[in-house]
Design a protein around this ligand. Sequence first.
Ligand code: ATP
Ligand code: MG
Length: 557
Amino acid sequence: MSTTEEKAPLNFIEIKIEEDLKNHKNDSKVHTRFPPEPNGYLHIGHAKSICLNFGLAQKYNGLCNLRFDDTNPEKENIEYVNSIKSDVKWLGFDWGDREFYASDYFEKLYEYAIKLIQIGKAYVDDSTAEELSRMRGTTTEPGIESPFRSRSVEENLELFKKMKNGEFEEGSRILRAKIDMASPNIHLRDPAIYRIKKVKHHRTGDDWFIYPMYDWAHGLSDSIEGVTHSICTLEFEVHRPLYDWILDQLEVFHPQQIEFARLNLTYTVLSKRKLLQLVTEKHVSSWDDPRMPTISGLRRRGYSPASIRNFAKKIGVAKRDGIIDVALLEHSVREDLNKEANRVMGVLNPLKVTITNYSEGKTEMLSAKNNPEKEERGERELPFSKVIYIEKGDFMENPPRKYFRLSPEKEVRLKFAYIIKCEEVIKDKSGEVVELKCTYDINSKSGSDTSGKKVKGTIHWVSAAHAETAEVRLYDRLFSVEDPAGNKEKDFLEFINPDSKVVQKAFVEPGIKNFNIGESFQFERLGYFCLDPETSANQLVINRTVTLRDSWGKKKN
Ligand code: ATP
Ligand code: MG
């Protein structure tokens, strides 16, 4: 970087890395990893971790591994593995040929456990779960040493091998590290490092009857892969002494664990358990329901990878837990789509308008800018004819003084088309306005207006004869309160926003047919939308990503 270029201030992780580089630690290499457990779909919190880990590798010319932390076979499966891979790729990151699995190291991890037993630092404990928990002590009281703590190395080796061979029942024995039952840090009170589980693993099948605990598998996997900086969320800070202890005892390569604050978002839950519950209890349609904070949900909703990466950049990394306003995420997608999304005319709540002085059966092709932010996107042709639809909300029979849209005897401009004047209001029996009869000024065509008229309002419209009908799904925040999981009396499910999905029929300009599934567009004046994968040859399905402006700030909750 040249000296004149402005440098963003370094975050605390970058400061640590730059210090290590200056001291030529790890041969001046930076190697990170993103270590998801394949027990659910990734969410926006994981996106923060992905952007951080892959981002640091990019910035410092290093590498970032994708490592599946697959040590809990009951909860993990290949569907999750595949979704995680496609989400990381979609976000724009590449792990090259470094797709690793903790389960690839089961043999090595077992050998390390043998070594720990051999140096007298691990033992097999036959205590029951209740006994173990009783002996663990509390935050204020030290633990009690297990009667099995003084077993000989030979006996421990023998028993551990039998555990491995499936000779004991699940829950009957564990292998524990022998550290210090009086440690103020509960994680150092002889933590379990292996447990018996007679469960089929999605990769190793029935090979194993014992599975390593997180703390054993994680640090050693980091070490095996040559990870230099093992970045994790704050709740692991109290595990760091154990992380270090294990690597020190075994005298293996020792990565540096660094903790940062996890992402919490308002109006959102990010616990995998709660997200799974939303899916299995069918409060949402699937993991990729556009209201879910999962990466696949955000993608289907119309979020771009860039908007998520920009969001991650904006929130930065901190050492203290906090909560980010979801409006910032919504702002990031608006900011990106305002530049990127082409404009489309669509009417969500149609009101029929007949232009009485326009020839019956005539179609005029008008030109419309695709994207005012990007001239190079050019123009498209928009059909105009005698009967059009406008938005119900763009007409008022008795308007207030400064109302510039359509009302009786008043004029308004139809975007990219003509100025029309409302001559007659037609109502049904109930008094609801069902049609407007208008006249147009032939000299007021956009781009070649010689009418001399000045009208303040411009509204969108579509030609009735040419419009496509579509099912539009108006998505909004899934929860109606800021902290749905933080209420002690009520379950988070009680705060699901009943208006989070509103389905409507809409009329859309015919050019909508040229859009691809997932491609974003802006319905002029309404918001950002995209075509849902459920779109078929005879049914357009459109998702709303966000409205043009944040309306939640004004709502009273
Ligand atoms: P659990 O461990 O309870 O299944 P988890 O959300 O921690 O859930 P992991 O698959 O272990 O899920 O997470 C993978 C990585 O993503 C970890 O390094 C974790 O620290 C990080 N991560 C998870 N949630 C967040 C979050 N909300 N903000 C930032 N990073 C997160
Ligand atoms: Mg985790």
